[in-house]
Design a protein around this ligand. Structure first.
Ligand SMILES: Cc1cc2nc3c(=O)[nH]c(=O)nc-3n(C[C@H](O)[C@H](O)[C@H](O)COP(=O)(O)OP(=O)(O)OC[C@H]3O[C@@H](n4cnc5c(N)ncnc54)[C@H](O)[C@@H]3O)c2cc1C
Length: 389
């Protein structure tokens, strides 16, 4: 069974089992008490206010709490996206080396989980198997790819986004920039000792390229030459892991219709989409037609693995009587005759939603900060004074 059943009940059960004190103490360890809520948060099965209220039913959570702080990181990245727009897909400032020093392709041994560095091979296998990685494993994978193998952070970020169930363009791309040093003041580096401290034995990487001092790793990060690929690639083909394909169109097993104006004409319509899969509003009139949409332009630019298509579509089919896959214009035209059109918006889809609709903003626990904050601590200073804390 999947680690991530595609139901709201699962998300609520995860919220009910959050233990903020244990989370704060153990969250850096791969087997620590992290919530694994991210796929549900990314796809809007639950909103951040629901997460916080649910945890507060059993625990006190205040502004000093690590758990709240981490939810804050998510919202901070959204804040940066809101202010910088597509600028987050380019280096925010120069990193350790100029952009041109990094490769545009991911080496095959990384994609096939046979670098010979256990921490990296385990991370890639876990990612392909489950669509999820612990935060520390994401940091190790990104750091290894950028600083040792000299893969451009953007290439790594696009690839990881597609394989994650929780892929979020702000959290993902800005975290890669943080690791690369183009969104922070120094590169994030890690070594075998760090892995041994936080990961189970199968991940330990003694005697490999990362079994080195931070000083030596910093020197490698500042040189243009990548560390050599491991000899393991050529050893045995039976050890190679196949990369799941990233699909710009839905898998054929999904039953999605084409946008169809006959259905919506003269009706009140509530739109759901891959980032608004929470419960429908309690006051939605009974005769409202609920339609789920996938906008093809988004998926052409940001393909997903099959697991993610299924994760999203299973829940969408529970909410909507019709699910459509089509381009923005066809969806807009098919919904033109709707009496009232509404839904919840999200930055991933805002520019593709039909212009005739009225969309509620995604609810947040943090107030909107008008002025762009270029560091998390500046942003946190503003939001943590909010009375809702
Ligand atoms: C290279 C890299 C890529 C990442 N890509 C994504 C991504 O595509 N989508 C995504 O949601 N997160 C991403 N993160 C952030 C973080 O790793 C995940 O949010 C977290 O690991 C999800 O697991 P969890 O739900 O068990 O987290 P928990 O530790 O249980 O945290 C609870 C929630 O807080 C938020 N959160 C926690 N840590 C962070 C963080 N550092 N940054 C932003 N939000 C955080 C998430 O919404 C998470 O679900 C990335 C981090 C790195 C280093």
């Amino acid at each position: 069974m999947s680690l991530f059943p595609s139901t709201r009940e699962e998300a609520l059960a995860r919220i009910a089992s959050v233990k903020p004190a244990e989370y704060a103490r153990t969250r850096n360890a791969l087997n620590g008490a992290v919530t694994q809520l991210s796929p549900y948060i990314t796809h809007g099965f639950v909103s951040l206010p629901e997460v916080l209220e649910g945890v507060r039913l059993q625990h006190t959570v205040n502004s000093q709490d690590k758990f709240l702080f981490e939810l804050g990181w998510r919202e901070y990245y959204r804040h940066v996206w809101q202010h910088r727009g597509d600028g987050i897909f380019e280096s925010l400032h120069e990193g350790v080396l100029p952009d041109g020093a990094y490769a545009e392709q991911i080496p095959a041994d990384i994609l096939q989980a046979c670098t010979g560095v256990n921490a990296i091979d385990m991370a890639v296998k876990t990612l392909y198997d489950s669509g999820y990685l612990h935060n520390h494993a994401r940091m190790w994978l990104a750091s290894y790819m950028v600083h040792l193998r000299k893969v451009h952070w953007r290439v790594g970020a696009d690839w990881l986004y597609g394989h994650l169930l929780d892929g979020d363009l702000a959290s993902n791309h800005l975290s890669w920039q943080w690791v690369a040093g183009t969104g922070s003041h120094k590169p994030y580096l890690f070594n075998a000792e760090n892995v041994a401290r936080f990961a189970p034995e199968a991940w330990h990487s003694a005697g490999t390229q990362i079994d080195s001092s931070y000083e030596a790793l910093d020197n490698i990060a500042r040189q243009t030459l990548p560390v050599a690929a491991s000899a393991r690639l050529s050893r045995s083909l039976s050890h190679l892991v196949e990369e799941p394909s990233l699909m710009p169109t839905p898998p054929t097993s999904l039953t999605l219709g084409n946008p169809n104006s006959n259905v919506a004409n003269g009706r009140d319509v509530w739109l759901v989409h891959p980032w608004s899969l929470g419960d429908l509003p309690a006051d939605l009139p009974k005769d409202t037609l609920v339609i789920g949409i996938f906008v093809s332009e988004f998926h052409r630019d940001w393909p997903w693995n099959e697991k993610r298509w299924l994760f999203v579509q299973n829940r969408m089919a529970e909410l909507a009587s019709e699910c459509w896959y089509g381009d923005r214009l066809s969806i807009e035209l098919a919904l033109n005759g709707a009496k009232e059109l509404g839904g919840v918006t999200d930055a991933h889809i805002a520019s593709w939603l039909p212009s005739t609709g009225k969309y509620n903003p995604w609810p947040s626990i943090f107030p909107n900060v008008e002025r762009r904050c270029d560091s998390f601590s500046k942003w946190w200073n503003f939001v943590s004074k909010s009375p809702s804390f």
